[in-house]
Design a protein around this ligand. Structure first.
Ligand code: GLV
Ligand code: MN
Ligand code: MN
Length: 432
């Protein structure tokens, strides 16, 4: 992370930061967010794609889990890994039990070739916020817990926020266990390899009952805070989003001996559908629709594809509009496939409705963090899943590129420290 230097040669964070609550002692203690982020900057680098690839239960994500356990142990936090693979690191309030906890945290898995901050910034800031509170001599009256959720991105098994969905019962254990990654490995197999047990996963009412409130800090994934000129913001809502798998079926054949006329080329059906996806999304104000992954079968340069699987991500503030968009895309995809002598089918993989965070809690968080502005987001989060079960709020930290799910995602050192102090203020507000 870069720390801009002022003309006087001091770092900008030593000068006025514009964040009135941030005493310089707090910003000093918040420095650990930078060392924590630096200590993982070589884990899961993807030389081919750029950025980081940290799929759940892959070697990089496992290394990050070990890093988290070590960082939690250094802070005398008591870590339990629950039956859904979520790690919870407890800072107990004196004489208090494991209940009514103020929970913070995020995720450590990434999209393929993702940025350094999406997920890990929330985990590192949570650990560093504990350092800030201890530096202040703060004694919690409720336990403070740092949680790490597995498979938030759904980049290995296809379903976003798999850990929090299992915890809340938003996905059945049967469905989760049968999910397969790109290599054909089931979630059940991956879980068993990590010492988990398929017969124990699923809704965990006891664990949910221990959460008094959930506060997730996340790097912002768009330009909202750049435009507002603010380092930290509070989430007002999460755009509804979902994922669908489309499969075009045609006739595999030889690229040289098959004439152009009369081909049943699944790739052409898929390609025409990708263009239609954008056109249909443009008919609906505020809609976003993306095809970011496409897999031809068998996948040879000189082979007409017999099948192409491709994945659709659709987002809109109104869930009914999302449903209409997906139906239109499916109908148009079938029509385009038929023109190519192919067929097309569509399977829903996961859907999350638009989430409006509790406005009172959001306002409280804004005040507790020195008047942070409220802003919506188009990105999904475990906080969105948990919001239906427990009081939930989110803090965003400015991303100067406005780019995310890409190596260009960024967070300046000063903003990371300000975000950490804001989180510490929020934790103190609720656990004080
Ligand atoms: C996760 O970041 C998503 O919005 O898909
Ligand atoms: Mn993400
Ligand atoms: Mn994320």
């Amino acid at each position: 992370m870069k720390t801009p230097t002022t003309a006087e040669g001091r770092t900008a964070s030593d000068a006025s930061t514009g964040y009135s609550n941030s005493a310089s002692a707090d910003l000093g203690a918040a420095r650990t967010v930078l060392s924590l982020m630096r200590s993982i900057e070589d884990i899961g680098r993807d030389r081919a794609r750029g950025g980081y690839s940290r799929p759940v239960y892959g070697s990089a994500e496992l290394e990050l889990r070990s890093w988290f356990l070590e960082a939690a142990a250094q802070r005398d936090l008591d870590v339990e890994t629950d039956r859904n693979g979520i790690m919870w690191a407890w800072w107990y309030a004196p004489g208090k039990q494991r209940r009514d906890a103020v929970v913070t945290g995020s995720h450590l898995d990434s999209v393929p070739g993702g940025g350094a901050y999406d997920g890990p910034l929330g985990v590192a800031s949570s650990l560093a916020a504990i350092d800030v509170l201890r530096d202040r001599g703060f004694v919690p009256s409720r336990p403070i817990v740092v949680a790490v959720f597995p498979e938030e991105e759904g980049s290995r098994f296809g379903v976003a926020c798999l850990g929090s969905r299992l915890l809340t019962g938003a996905i059945s254990p049967e469905r989760a266990l049968a999910l397969r990654d790109g290599e054909g490995v089931t979630f059940a197999q991956a879980l068993t390899t990590q010492g988990g047990r398929g017969d124990r996963i699923g809704a965990d009412r006891d664990m949910l009952a221990r959460i008094g409130i959930f506060l997730e800090l996340h790097v912002e994934q768009g330009r909202g805070l750049i435009d507002l000129g603010a380092p930290v913001g509070v989430a007002s809502s999460i755009l509804g989003h979902g994922r669908w798998r489309l499969s075009a079926h045609g006739q595999g054949n030889h690229a040289g001996t098959t004439l152009m006329a009369g081909r049943q080329d699944a790739m052409v059906a898929a390609a025409r559908t990708v263009v239609a996806v954008r056109e249909i999304a443009l008919e609906h104000s505020g809609a976003r629709a993306t095809v970011g992954r496409l897999q031809p079968i068998p996948g040879g340069t000189n082979v007409i594809a017999s099948r192409v699987d491709f994945w659709l991500d659709v987002r809109h503030a109104e869930d009914a509009v999302t449903a209409v968009i997906v139906e239109k895309i499916h109908a148009e995809a079938r029509r385009l496939a038929a023109e190519e002598g192919c067929t097309m089918d569509l399977v829903e993989e996961s859907v999350s409705g638009t989430v409006h965070f509790d406005a009172t809690l959001g306002l409280e968080l804004s005040v507790a963090t020195g008047g942070s502005p409220m802003l919506p987001t188009g990105a999904g989060h475990d906080a969105g899943v948990l919001a239906s079960e427990v009081p939930t709020a989110m803090l965003f930290v400015r991303n100067p590129t406005g780019i995310s799910h890409s190596p260009e995602e960024l967070c300046e050192d000063d903003d990371a420290r300000l975000g950490t102090v804001a989180l510490a203020d929020a934790l103190a507000h609720h656990a004080g």
